[in-house]
Design a protein around this ligand. Structure first.
Ligand SMILES: [Zn+2]
Length: 298
């Protein structure tokens, strides 16, 4: 585990999920806690070596790869854990994440550390916008990926932007990255495009001073996925058939976990296209099928 200094007080730890640290008077505010207990242990050791004390963890959102170290670190240090109200429900009850993704009580293969972290106690609920209580940090909303995700801005103009943008490598591997709301995702891209920062630190892409190109890659992907789904809907197709066509098109390696993560994104696109009256569901012989609006005479 490597600590990278960005500014006087701000650091990040590169990894499968990039983590942020804001350090003042040897007290650390950690932004997200990584994938699992083992990441939590490594963070704990790193802070011990530096002689720093973990004061707070701010979780940008409740996905398992962002809260995985919470339980261990809170047990070892008694640190505070801060999140927005809706995300806090999932941090306290992480079994809700696979429940939400599957739409019912999940089978065993979905109750693993990739989707379900250990529970931890959220001590403080924070607003999605404004100064984060008792810190010099500022929260800003990053809607569209999960339910109430935030980014965190430090006083030295470093923006931790969570899962609002994914690296080109991840996008080309999975075709579609997890989204729960397409309109909000697009609004978030516009919002990010208007920011300037000393450094942007996405959780799953390289930190960069300029994210214009990264925003375009992400936005193009959303538009391409909308277009693909619209094309599939020229004939009435089921949600599962759309998922199959995308999986084959992008050659997404499928597993139970990857299925539900792809599924939520397909569902988000269907909601978006339906709300724009571009597609419509029809019910045929016990199937719910999606079709272009022009094909049904509207
Ligand atoms: Zn993530």
């Amino acid at each position: 585990m490597e600590l990278k200094k960005i500014t006087e007080n701000t650091y990040y730890i590169p990894g499968p999920t990039n983590l942020g640290l804001f350090v003042e008077d040897k007290k650390v505010i950690l932004i997200d806690s990584g994938n699992d207990e083992s990441t939590g242990r490594k963070i704990f050791r790193l802070l011990e070596e530096k002689g720093w004390e973990l004061a707070k963890i701010i979780n940008t959102h409740s996905n398992a790869d962002h809260i995985g170290g919470n339980a261990y670190l809170q047990k070892k240090t008694g640190c505070a854990i801060l999140s927005t109200a809706l995300e806090s429900i999932f941090i306290k009850e992480p079994s809700l994440e696979p429940f939400l993704l599957w739409g019912a009580s999940p089978f065993k293969a979905l109750r693993n550390k990739f989707l379900q972290a250990q529970p931890s106690i959220v001590t403080d609920i924070i607003e999605e916008e404004g100064i984060i209580k008792d810190t010099p940090l500022q929260a800003f909303p990053l809607e569209g990926h999960f339910i109430q995700m935030i980014g965190v801005k430090t006083p030295d103009e470093v923006y931790f932007i969570a899962d609002s943008l994914f690296s080109p490598e991840i996008i080309s591997k999975y075709g579609l990255t997890v989204k729960s709301d397409i309109e909000k995702t697009l609004n978030t891209y516009t919002f990010l495009g208007n920011l300037s920062a000393k450094l942007f630190v996405p959780s799953h892409a390289h930190p960069a001073e300029d994210i214009t190109g990264l925003i375009e890659v992400n936005r193009n992907q959303v538009e391409q996925d909308n277009q693909k789904i619209l094309n599939y809907c020229r004939k009435p197709v089921s949600r599962e058939r759309i998922l199959q066509l995308l999986v084959n098109d992008y050659q997404i390696p499928l597993s139970s976990v990857q299925f539900v993560l792809t599924h939520i994104t397909v569902s988000a696109h269907l909601s978006y296209l339906y709300d724009r009256q571009l597609i419509k569901p029809i019910f045929d012989e016990g199937k719910m099928l999606w079709t272009n609006n022009d094909k049904i005479g509207l």
